[in-house]
Design a protein around this ligand. Structure first.
Ligand code: HGY
Ligand code: MN
Ligand code: MN
Ligand code: MN
Length: 406
């Protein structure tokens, strides 16, 4: 028998979690290990305890909550993250975490014990906004990044990840790789338009596209904006915008899902009447093909060389990279079976966003479940999913995890 989750409790908790980190103007921001994230972490640990889970934190700050099973097999794991981007929506990450906790709580209340234990993992610093690279908790778990490297990562304002972990009281003494999942299923909102556009209820995610993130610095010559003739300028702002435009056009000429985004840009000194002497910006490339992703990197280097030929100095620094992954056919089949059993309309798809599941898939059979995003909006306050879809997605997660654990 599959346990039936309590959808109303899930919705109420999503709402409660979304009040943590909301400022007076109504904006929700919980950057990794900020005071807001720290408060949300305590709340989530409290809910895990209420769900009867054994709760611990590992040395990179991932929170674990496990319900013990009859056997000693590695746990069937689920989970996601509760850190957010700036001015975020309420669902990205939080939904998967709270749906996992809802399953544990349901089992606890109904006195159901799985054969293999079921565990919820709340990964630290998934978003990578305050501390780059992203997916830090899962990267350390699978040894994509070493623990010491991760603890030494610094934010743009100079705080160290390790010190912030201590400050937030989030340091555990278990190595993240000491206790690994036997399988992993992550539930998430789609964050894109496909499910809604095709009128489907559940996305069966077969893989995640890769990403390559860069920090770029263009050095020109600052000068007086009124007196410096156009042909005598070395305007770093103009150069950066030209480069950004070329990357964007290049991505547009590739086939979907190739994308290129310049999401941050700052000009130095940053004054209305000064030709910018320096431009700093980030580039986010994504593609489902490792080859196309590499081509995008090469393109960036070619564009940088072109600017250098024009008299600028360009510095390129790779700040995060993840290769495209393809998920386990077995877990994908388990999701498909669960959705079919409830006669839901499903779509097989590749995730455009990054997720901890793409790291965890290196060490155990993994796949993801998506629910529709209204208007395809995410990383934005308007991020939304219909209540019925949220509840159904969480029930499918429960069905799949329960099936895998028994
Ligand atoms: O940026 C991403 O794809 C994710 O939301 N971390
Ligand atoms: Mn996100
Ligand atoms: Mn997310
Ligand atoms: Mn002057």
């Amino acid at each position: 028998m599959t346990p039936e989750i309590n959808g109303d409790r899930l919705l109420a908790r999503l709402e409660a979690l979304a009040t943590i980190g909301r400022n007076r103007s109504g904006e929700l921001t919980r950057l990794a290990l900020s005071d807001e994230d720290t408060r949300a972490r305590s709340q989530v640990m409290q809910w895990l305890e209420e769900a009867g889970a054994r709760v611990w934190i590992d040395r990179i700050g991932n929170i674990h909550g496990a319900s013990s099973g009859e056997n000693a097999q590695p746990a069937v794991c689920t989970g996601s993250h509760i850190d957010t981007v700036i001015n975020a929506g309420a669902l990205d990450g939080s939904y998967g975490v709270l749906a996992g906790i809802e399953l544990l709580q349901t089992l606890h209340e109904q006195g159901l014990k799985p054969a293999t234990s079921i565990e919820v993992i709340v990964f630290s610093n998934e978003e990578g906004v305050r501390f780059t690279p992203d997916l830090l908790g899962s990267r350390v778990m699978v040894k994509d990044v070493s623990l010491s490297e991760a603890l030494a990562v610094e934010s743009r304002t100079g705080e160290q990840f390790g010190s912030e972990l201590k400050r937030s009281g989030s340091t555990g003494d278990v190595d993240p790789w000491q206790h690994l999942p036997g399988s992993f299923v992550e539930l998430h909102i789609e964050q894109g338009p496909l499910l809604e556009a095709t009128n489907n209820q559940i996305g069966i995610v077969e893989g995640v596209q890769g990403h390559s993130w860069w920090q770029v610095e263009v050095q020109g010559q600052a000068n007086h904006a009124g007196t410096t003739p156009m042909h005598l300028r070395r305007d770093a702002g103009q150069a950066a915008m030209r480069l950004a435009q070329n990357l964007s056009e290049h991505a547009s000429r590739q086939s979907v899902p190739a994308v290129a985004t310049v999401g941050t840009l700052s000009l130095v000194p940053g004054a209305i009447n000064v030709v910018p002497g320096q431009a700093r910006f980030t580039v986010d490339f994504r593609d489902a093909s490792a080859d196309v992703l590499r081509q995008a990197d090469i393109r960036l280097h070619q564009e940088a060389r072109q600017l250098e030929d024009d008299g600028f100095r360009v510095d390129l620094r790779s700040i995060s990279r993840a290769e495209p992954v393809f998920f386990s056919a077995d877990i994908v089949a388990a999701i498909s079976n669960a959705a079919n059993a409830r006669t839901l309309r499903t779509l097989r798809m590749i995730s455009g966003a990054s997720h901890d599941a793409q790291m965890i898939s290196r060490i155990c059979p993994t796949a993801m479940i998506f629910v529709p995003s209204v208007g395809g909006i995410s990383h934005h306050p308007a991020e939304a999913t219909n209540a019925a879809d949220l509840i159904m997605g969480a029930q499918i997660l429960a069905d799949v995890v329960w099936a895998l654990a028994n």
